[in-house]
Design a protein around this ligand. Structure first.
Ligand code: ZN
Ligand code: MN
Length: 475
């Protein structure tokens, strides 16, 4: 494959580290609730507060989730050992984080992007989350803060940290990787994967090199990225910063940098520690995890159908746009779509409604009622606007689409009737008509609006436009 060019003669090299909170009921090493948004410091106990004499007990479900994700990412599930990662920071009451170091649970996997490119997965290990600090003061950051508050509800929440190989070479690939990983997490049900709530957090290791160069240059790790859009912007900014330095005869220094969304730039954070700074050593209070062959086989058998297969199935059935299909799989509406289409709903109408009109859920809607509605629309028994109104009712209360149409007085208005109305309007508004024929776009809205008014919104907007265009072509 020919290398992707980032800019002039430069190739972008990105490795991503994604932390995903596992959707367990309780924390990784104690029985405290794993719940977002509770009163600060209420989900805490001696274990997650690191009080002397307390001992961790590993959460079986968290381990299962981690191994399940590992298998979904084609990793080898290994014998793994927990390790203490030592550092001093107020959001970590023990002053060390229980993580995994040289023996992670999962290693050597891959993730296939929808466009066919494969990104290697270095490892996916289990670790505990830290607490959350809030810095009070005008800066909102630790430097210049008047004081800081700390909430330990998140301390000890189970995380899986998924680390790619430095094999991402475009911004689109980076975004596609995160969306695909999210889709897998959601399908497995191992994380709610909400970027905005911080249940998945993405760090990007960015460096740049000459096209054809094989070694890796100094990288910077960007933190604080909380949307796909920021991820793209942050990588772009950072790569250009590196190029600028090299072109000036300088080079970047290895460090952690923070993405500042408002300023649209990264800022220097702490200079990056190397592994030895953390003084890793095996966690003496926990035994290694050593899954048997049978356990791994069981996990494999229990793996649900993954997003890639689900997208392919719906694509084959509907022929819809890949981006629409990806969205429906992400919302978990793909099997509903399949059932609706196989119940006789036309794929176009079904996908359109599911994508555009049902982002908040399906309520009382069933595949059968949506199929019926789509059919009525396809046969032009009702207009698009009417279909949307019926759909709202079906979501709220259920029922039968043709009954709702009849009760609402939705009857298809004859094409000839609409034609007559258009012709009358043209005669009574000749000025507007001249302007329409001269190509003035906004007058179109006037004509459609008048006809809609005359028919109480029951005329088909597409039909009105079609008639207007026919009339002006003949003029
Ligand atoms: Zn606890
Ligand atoms: Mn980590």
């Amino acid at each position: 494959m020919s290398p992707e060019i980032f800019k002039e003669n430069w190739e972008l090299v990105v490795g991503l580290e994604v932390h995903a909170e596992l959707a367990t009921t309780t924390k990784l090493f104690c029985g405290c609730l794993n719940q977002f948004g509770n009163e600060p410091n209420t989900n805490v106990c001696p274990v997650c507060l690191g009080l002397p004499g307390s001992l961790p007990v590993v959460n079986e479900k968290a381990v299962y989730f981690a191994m399940q994700l590992g298998r979904a990412l084609n990793c080898t599930v290994n014998r793994s050992v927990f390790a203490r990662k030592n550092y001093f920071y107020p959001d970590m009451p023990k002053d060390f984080q229980i993580s995994q170091y040289d023996l992670p649970t999962n290693s050597d996997g891959r993730l296939d992007l929808p466009n066919g490119i494969t990104i290697g997965i270095e490892r996916a290990h289990i670790e505990e989350d830290t607490g959350k600090t809030t810095h009070i003061g005008t800066s909102g950051r630790i430097s210049g803060a008047d004081y800081s508050l700390v909430d330990y509800n998140r301390a000890g929440v189970p995380l899986i940290e998924i680390v790619t190989k430095p094999e991402i070479h475009t911004i689109d690939q980076a975004k596609a990787y995160v969306s695909e990983l999210r889709a897998i997490l959601l399908t497995l049900g191992v994380s709610d994967a909400k970027m905005e709530e911080g249940s998945i957090r993405v760090d990007a290791n960015v460096s740049i090199r000459d096209i054809g160069e094989t070694n890796l240059r100094t990288r910077c790790e960007i933190k604080n990225v909380n949307s796909l859009k920021s991820l793209g912007r942050a990588i772009d900014y950072e790569a250009n910063r590196h190029i600028g330095l090299y072109e000036n005869g300088e080079s970047p220094k290895q460090e952690t940098r923070h993405w500042d969304e408002n300023a649209g730039r990264t800022r220097s954070g702490r200079s990056k520690e190397d592994a030895e700074d953390y003084r890793y050593f095996p966690e003496p209070d926990l035994v290694p995890l050593n899954p048997s062959k049978e356990t791994i086989t069981k996990i494999d058998q229990e793996l649900p159908e993954l997003p890639a297969e689900r997208r392919k199935e719906l694509l084959d059935l509907s022929g819809a746009k890949p981006s629409d299909i990806a969205l429906l799989v992400e919302r978990n509406h793909d099997s509903f779509a399949t059932e609706t289409i196989t119940s006789g709903g036309s794929p176009n109408q079904v996908i359109k409604h599911l994508v555009n009109n049902l982002p908040d859920g399906l309520g009382q809607l069933t595949p059968q009622t949506l199929a019926q509605l789509a059919q009525m629309e396809e046969e032009a028994k009702i207009t698009n606007t009417q279909a949307k109104k019926i759909l709202e009712e079906l979501v709220e209360q259920g029922g039968n689409p043709s009954n709702i149409a009849a009760e609402s007085g939705f009857e298809a208005i004859d094409t000839s009737e609409v034609e007559n109305l258009v012709d009358e309007l043209i005669t009574s508004h000749s000025d507007e008509w001249e302007r329409f024929c001269a190509g003035e776009k906004k007058v179109q809205g006037f004509f459609v609006g008048q006809i809609m008014k005359a028919t109480s919104g029951q005329a088909d907007g597409k039909l009105i436009n079609q008639i207007l265009n026919e009339r002006s072509a003949k003029k």
